[in-house]
Design a protein around this ligand. Sequence first.
Ligand code: SF4
Length: 75
Amino acid sequence: MENTKEYTNGEVTIVWKQALCTHSANCARGLASVFKPKEKPWIHPHGATSEEIIEQVAKCPSGALTAYYNKDKKE
Ligand code: SF4
């Protein structure tokens, strides 16, 4: 998809699909150390643990955010 960005901390990768994001800022409220809408890049994958990231990504209401463990992507 167009304008898909990926941010990894080496263990998990956050995938953000800009076109789907409704800018509800749920992510910024829930995990402000990672999601910083006023900054560029706005996602800081080192700002929290992988578990916290996975948990917050699951709460994105629009489906713009997804995440995967890097180890799961490798064959
Ligand atoms: S929670 Fe999802 S839809 Fe809302 S601002 Fe974050 S990425 Fe965008």
